[in-house]
Write a protein of this length. Structure first.
Length: 206
């Protein structure tokens, strides 16, 4: 675990900015060298440089409280083979002072650091409450974890022209995941709107 964020300080995963491997792929930086700029919600801007899909350099200038903090992080990449000669890319988590190295698709930003949810001891909002209304959100996140685990196990997607059993299972799980995701996100939007309404009422009486 990252020493800067001990277990006594738990952070909601849902509220954090993240770097997704799919973003790097869309920018064409997994197989070729190049660079791009990424802006996050806290107004920090990052320069992401790829070195032919071997590793990434993430450097940024974070301006807060009238001061400037510069930092550079190296993120190694791992390639796993797919059917028909394709490949799948992963981040090797740079958290825990570079000692984590877990294979992940998403890195979360906490302060000036990037790491996986295990390094930062992150938790989902649904884990903070035992209310039955959060069942859909809990199921949503569990299904996402199952999809990621199953995707890592798939070495061949088709055999003799037909999808493999794991590929079929993956497709069924993804179909269910998208339905649950819609329900969960709708509930979250309603919850956030209700909380914002309550905050406005409180401000009126201050």
């Amino acid at each position: 675990m990252n020493s800067e964020y001990p277990s006594s300080r738990r952070i909601k995963l849902n509220s954090l900015d993240r770097l997704d491997i799919s973003l790097v792929q869309r920018e064409g930086l997994l197989k070729h060298s190049g660079s791009t700029k990424i802006a996050f919600r806290d107004n920090s801007e990052f320069n992401l440089v790829s070195y032919a899909g071997n590793f990434l350099d993430l450097s940024y200038l974070n301006k807060t409280a009238n001061c400037q903090n510069n930092k550079s992080i190296r993120i190694d990449l791992r390639i796993t083979p797919c059917n028909l000669g394709g490949s799948r890319y992963w981040f090797l988590c740079p958290g825990n002072n570079g000692n984590c190295k877990k294979r992940v698709k998403i890195l979360y930003k906490v302060g000036l650091d990037f790491g996986c949810r295990h390094c930062f001891n992150l938790f989902y909002e649904s884990q903070a409450s035992g209310k039955t209304k959060l069942y859909a959100i809990t199921k949503w996140h569990k299904m996402r974890e199952k999809i990621e685990a199953l995707e890592a196990q798939i070495k061949r997607e088709r055999y003799k022209g037909y999808p493999t059993k794991k590929r079929k299972k993956m497709d069924r799980l993804m179909s269910s995941y998208l339905k649950v995701e819609k329900v969960a996100q709708t509930w979250l939007c309603k919850k956030e709107a209700k909380e914002e309404k309550l905050r406005r009422k409180k401000r009126l009486f201050l």
